[in-house]
Ligand binder design. Structure first.
Ligand code: PXP
Length: 250
């Protein structure tokens, strides 16, 4: 059973293209939930390029599944997150020049800061996920810092230039997921996942949660967000059923 977290940042990106009030990410969250989203994810960036403080506040009041806040380690954002108290937080790296999150958070380099922020959320009983590259060192450090989840960065797999590179990256994710679980972490996966490449992740990596944004919002342009989420849930479910039919329970 894999949970689907739907990232609705891109709905706010469309709104910000005209600096207007529509489309409203709060409406998007309702539609995504009607389509079967298990979590709603937003990233409150320091530059507020898509999601705004108002969105986060209204989502906190209206989302009835879990609300996952992606965030950097910047103090200003940590304070807002503590005030809003989402159901879970995912720590990600952030740089102003990037189009989207590039690479995982280097938890080795940012260990001290990450640990103190994790402790603050734990005092509020808010579980913490660290978005990391599928590397042993990052996983070990995540465990030592007290993270509850790691989200394995699937971007390199998703952007692989051919089948060889793709299967190499998939293997890397498989090994990292096993290592993470052995360390006692709950392993999630996300970034760059689509209706076409998510199946192999479901079947081989067994993530607890899948976090997907762009591909779902892109399909929503044609079929509506509720239906786009429903179709993604269906792809995930069918991949799992196919694996079970072939291999039996994990
Ligand atoms: N997971 C994390 C940690 C992310 O930063 C993002 C992008 O905001 C996603 C998942 C979703 O990525 P995509 O939009 O490529 O599906």
């Amino acid at each position: 059973m894999h949970l689907l977290g739907v990232n609705i940042d891109h709905v706010a990106t469309i709104r910000e293209a005209r600096k207007t009030y529509e489309p409203d990410p709060v409406w998007a969250a309702a539609e995504a939930q009607l389509g079967g989203a298990d979590l709603i994810t937003v990233h409150l960036r320091e530059d507020r390029r898509h999601i705004h403080d108002r969105d986060l506040e209204l989502l906190r009041q209206t989302v009835s599944v879990e609300l996952n806040l992606e965030m950097s380690l910047a103090e200003q954002i940590v304070e807002i997150a503590q005030e809003v108290a989402p159901d879970m937080v995912t720590m990600v790296p952030e740089s102003r020049e990037e189009v989207t999150t590039e690479g995982g958070l280097d938890v080795v380099a940012h260990a001290e800061r990450a640990q103190s922020v994790i402790e603050r959320f734990h005092k509020q009983d808010i579980p913490v996920s660290l978005f990391v590259d599928p590397e042993d060192e990052q996983l070990k450090r995540s465990r030592e810092l007290g993270a509850d989840f790691v989200e394995l960065h699937t971007g390199t797999y998703a952007n692989a230039s051919g089948p060889e590179e793709r299967s190499r990256e998939l293997e890397r994710l498989v090994r990292a997921a096993e290592a993470g679980r052995e360390l006692g972490l709950t392993v999630n996966a996300g970034h760059g996942l689509t209706y076409h490449n998510v199946g192999a992740i479901v079947q081989k990596v067994f993530p607890h949660e899948l976090h997907i944004g762009h591909s779902i919002v892109a399909r929503a342009v044609f079929v509506g967000l509720r239906e786009a989420v429903r179709q993604m849930k269906d792809v995930i479910y069918r991949a799992e059923m196919l694996r079970l039919a072939r291999e039996g329970p994990q």
